[in-house]
Design a protein. Sequence first.
Length: 388
Amino acid sequence: MSQSADDLLFARATAAMPGGNTRSTVFVPPHPPYAVTGRGCVVTDANGHEVYDCNNNYTSLLHGHAHPEIVRAAREAVGQGSAFGLPTESEIDLAELLRERTGIPRWRFCNSGTEAVMMAVRAARAATGRGRVIRFHGSYHGTYDGVVGADAAGVPQAVAEQSILLPQDDPVAFEHAMATHGHETAAVLLDLMPNRAGLRPVSRAMAELVRKRTAEHGALLIIDEVITFRLGNSGLRERYDVEPDLTTVGKVIGGGFPVGAVGGTAEVMDSFNPLGGATVSWGGTFSANPVSMRAGLTALRLFDAGAVKRLNALGDQLRDELATAGLAVNGTGSLVRLLVDDYPRAWWDLYRAGVLVGTNGLIALSTAMTDDDVIEIGRVVRSVAPAR
Ligand code: PMP
């Protein structure tokens, strides 16, 4: 049997990377296909197979691939020097835009959502002088030691013990944890619609309870909007009556380039202030690099209130259609989660039929999709995924 292009690539990959892999979240057995080009909402792989991209690099691409204005902005930035040992105006522009959109007054950049969470937890610990972090089961906050489970290989027991893990949306468990540990808690880390817990929005009552109790106990509330920021002009939080102390974002604010950011109140963010009384020193050789900043600015400017609304409406339409066909679906707006039992098989069936989704059934739409594209995506998903 002759080997396909991706088999050959994987053979090379296994000789240079463990299991041929450098990013666990994109691995599908026996091995993933390899992307070659992306244009708008279509990705072409090494075998020449074309798929609708409903993965969008795990929700980070708002406008699909190679949007001409984002390409132009990134190219211009690269042409003027891609990274400096000095700050640039581009980071001020993006911080101002984020401030304008969210009302959150202070921002600081890094290169990934993982780092954003790491910075936010550090700032919370510095600001409160406490160590514990309360998290919720099934909420993924990246790969930082302090926010992964005690069962994760390579995480010291002493670090894992600083985390208290609670069930999602369970006010009784939360009240109990705060009554016992509230006084020693630096922060509660909350994702308003955790992907790995099935993409079900947290109830307003629960979010309000978390805000109330954290404030009473002098703990900070960190809302992780790394995935959910795309759901509103200022993230999913705008649908809740809750003001966090710190917010973490990433993905879409980099326009397809590596990025993360922490936003927060002037008081808490002053933990990073290098002028006097600084308690947290934070660098990052490529933090706030002008390529990510300029691409992100362009992507967010293109994602105005009208674009946010249209994209969410497309997602609502797809979800309704799939639910009507008897499929199990969750999510809100442009983020749709397909609940199927046998993911590798369903993933491959969808991929072969022309739709690329996340390896856990996560679908993220892009503005590159027309109404007809989304109708076609719905048709393919219905033809492949089993109704429940
Ligand atoms: N927080 C959340 C809610 C996420 O979904 C992710 C990644 N999917 C992260 C943090 C980590 O972001 P990154 O992969 O950019 O490190």
